[in-house]
Every structure is written in structure tokens, then in C-alpha cells.
Design a protein. Structure first.
Length: 132
């Protein structure tokens, strides 16, 4: 598995993510996935606060009221929100972690002893810095 001439398989193996990529290569419902992702956004603590602020802008009498009094659900964890055929779909972070068989709290291992000698440095430089 390589991308732009860099072997990336070792990065995914060190993070135990090979199962995730095997799953991505499985069968999909292309149209459903396309409709889902075109409307998808991450709902996090910032989005939660923004939702409260928007409610208050619409109705100033809601200022200093709780989420329950504003008829809003409590924020629990970040999630991906979207809709398919008008049906709201929420995918919590815990479900994503379960599906890709990763710990909910997450971990990161880059499998490189010295990041300054990373084979990705040149690729990142070309793609991000030289592109005008």
C-alpha cells in the first residue's frame, strides 16, 4: 500500500487500522453514501454552543435558560450529523470507534523515530506549500 511513492501500510499497521481499510473496500451503496456525506457535518461542543446562541438570537427570552428549557438535547459526545432522504442520521464518536475497532478515547502512533526525516515531508511540501 503506497501513496505518492511513500509506503503507508506501516503507519496503519502500527495503529491497528488495517481492518478499517478492509471494511472501506467492502460493498457500499454509493448513492446513499454520497447523499449522506454531502450534508454531513461534525457536531461538537462548539456547534452545541452555537446552536444555543442561535436560539437566543431568535428568541431573546431564552437568554440564561437551560438547554432543556430551550427544548434542546444535552450535548454528550461529538458526532457526525447528516440526513438521508429527509431522515436525520446521527453517528456518535463511540459508534465510529466501535466500527473501526479502536478505543473510544483514541491513540496516535506515527511509527517514525525522527519526523524530520519522514518520507511524507516532500509530499506535504509539494501539495500544500507549492500549490498556488
Amino acid at each position: 500500500m503506497s501513496f505518492h511513492g511513500c509506503n503507508i501500510k506501516e503507519y496503519y499497521e502500527s495503529q491497528d487500522l488495517i481492518h478499517y481499510f478492509d471494511m472501506l473496500n467492502g460493498p457500499t451503496y454509493e448513492n446513499m453514501v454520497r447523499h449522506f456525506w454531502v450534508r454531513a457535518y461534525v457536531y461538537d461542543k462548539h456547534s452545541d454552543e452555537q446552536e444555543m446562541d442561535e436560539k437566543i438570537l431568535i428568541d431573546t427570552s431564552l437568554a440564561r435558560k437551560s438547554r432543556e428549557e430551550m427544548s434542546l438535547e444535552q450535548f454528550v459526545d461529538p458526532e457526525i450529523r447528516s440526513s438521508i432522504m429527509g431522515i436525520p442520521v446521527f453517528i456518535p464518536q463511540a459508534v465510529i470507534a466501535y466500527v473501526i475497532r479502536r478505543a473510544f478515547e483514541g491513540s496516535f502512533t506515527d511509527a517514525l523515530e525522527n519526523n524530520k526525516k519522514s518520507p511524507w515531508n516532500e509530499v506535504v511540501h509539494q501539495k500544500m506549500l507549492l500549490k498556488i
